[in-house]
Design a protein around this ligand. Sequence first.
Ligand code: SF4
Ligand code: SF4
Length: 85
Amino acid sequence: MAFINSSRFLGFTGGRGEPLNRAIPVIEPKLCTGCGECVSACEAHAIEVRGEKAIIDYERCSMLNGRECRACVDICPREAITVIE
Ligand code: SF4
Ligand code: SF4
């Protein structure tokens, strides 16, 4: 699994050896309260809360798999999730 948080994703290659070239949702840990709203909203079951911070499993995330989804971005009451192109 690939759990990435914050802008550290920029070095993420998706485990395939090549840089990702697509939009991805990124969680800012400083803003996240661990409320779990995004976990419930994610139909791909790509988010979990650990240590009161949400983290995304990019291998599951629909956005990285070419499907349109912003459910986590739209539901977060703290605006802690943004999409980075
Ligand atoms: S909805 Fe926002 S604040 Fe709540 S767990 Fe998810 S990222 Fe954190
Ligand atoms: S973009 Fe969609 S699939 Fe990806 S983590 Fe957010 S809610 Fe889940």
